[in-house]
Design a protein around this ligand. Structure first.
Ligand code: SF4
Length: 358
């Protein structure tokens, strides 16, 4: 850690009641409206912690990452990075804090400047922030390439000469060049082949152990989030609907949405796999342009009751203060109804298929 980060011992990131609404324009032909991409999201990431933010396409998870890095301006709410409120800082005021937070994008090709060599790309943050120059810059670039498993001779190549996995390693080397306190990894492996995904995930966990950064890891893939996270927050239609430790989420999921998703996750034992029932969620995630009233999940929930259509369930501690769940049917002391059993009674099940993605 560097500078302010080394002296600060509170949470690396505190997000409170974050809201991001996008206007869809106006006019008779195009119509107008508000896309409620993020609708009151709160979480904290401690030093050296990895929070997995998982959700379907359209859940708002990537918008959260872009708000935290200030690539988009939040509508309201608080974002504290190393104790400093950054949600409405000007570009100029944000500049010293820029080196503390970096983002790794999904598509390693389009996120790298095709006109720069690999050495220039990895060295660019250090030159811009004036943390190294000349021989020291060369040395640091070589060190970062080595840390990210890239041969030093690649520094004179261009992005198009590298494989997808190598390009994502370059993206990581660039993101970590300034030794940030926080890395936002936005679907960093979903554009890669499955065999390459595992090596990049291993690299991220090794680098995180070695360098000690905190990480917001955004993904649609439950098996990825299970592999890499300390804590997991499940998002649905702009809201966090369940949040707890990785171990607890996979052992004892509570929110009917999470329970349904986990019935679709593969089990290594083929006998257990065959015996499982998979809850089928009807339809797609609703449009954030016109979200349902009450619980956002009620249009697809196999156990919804009348109350769910009118009343938004609060995110509260269930069976343990650090297991937060948003569902009217979950009892604070005894936990959740058995969603697969309820779905089976309704006939909303099928034989499980191996499928780890949301
Ligand atoms: Fe389902 Fe109602 Fe719980 Fe929402 S609040 S998850 S609709 S039971």
């Amino acid at each position: 850690m560097t500078g302010a980060a080394a002296r600060y011992d509170g949470p690396v990131l505190e997000v409170t009641d974050l809201v991001k609404h996008f206007s869809t324009g106006s006019g008779v032909r195009s119509g107008s409206g508000v896309v409620r991409a993020v609708d009151g999201v709160s979480f904290t990431i401690g030093p050296g912690e990895i929070l997995g933010l998982v959700g379907e396409s359209g859940s708002g998870k990537s918008t959260v990452g872009r708000c935290v890095t200030r690539l988009v301006e939040p509508t309201s709410g608080s974002i504290k990075l190393l104790g400093t409120e950054i949600s409405h800082l000007s570009r100029r005021a944000m500049r010293p804090l820029r080196r503390q937070v970096h983002i790794v994008f999904q598509d390693p090709y389009s996120s790298l400047n095709p006109r720069l060599t690999i050495g220039q790309i990895v060295g660019e943050p250090m030159r811009l922030h004036r943390t190294a120059s000349g021989k020291e810059l060369d040395r640091r670039v070589a060190e970062m390439l080595e840390k990210c498993g890239l041969r030093s001779e690649l520094r004179d190549r261009y992005p198009h000469e590298l494989s997808g996995g190598q390009r994502q390693r370059v993206g990581l080397a660039r993101a970590l060049a300034l030794e940030p306190s926080l890395v936002i990894a936005d679907e960093p492996v979903s554009a890669l082949d499955v065999s390459v995904q595992a090596s990049i995930l291993n690299l991220i966990t090794d680098l995180q152990r070695d360098m000690g950064f905190s990480c917001l890891f955004i993904t649609h893939d439950l098996s990825v989030v299970e592999y890499i996270s300390d804590e997991i927050a499940v998002m649905y239609l702009g809201k966090i609907v369940e949040k707890t430790s990785r171990e607890r989420l996979f052992r004892d999921p509570q929110m009917p949405y999470t329970q349904s998703l986990l019935t679709a996750a593969p089990v290594p034992d083929p006998v257990v796999q065959r015996a499982r029932t998979r809850v089928v969620l009807r339809g797609d995630i609703p449009s954030p342009l016109d979200p349902p009233s009450g619980c956002p999940f009620h249009t697809r929930c196999p156990v919804a009751v009348d109350r769910c259509t009118v009343e938004v369930p609060p995110l509260v501690g269930v069976t343990s203060p650090d297991h937060l769940v948003a569902c009217h049917l979950v009892d604070r002391d005894t936990g959740a109804p058995d969603v697969p059993a309820a779905a089976a009674a309704q006939g909303s099940v099928e034989t499980a298929l191996p499928h780890g993605a949301v």
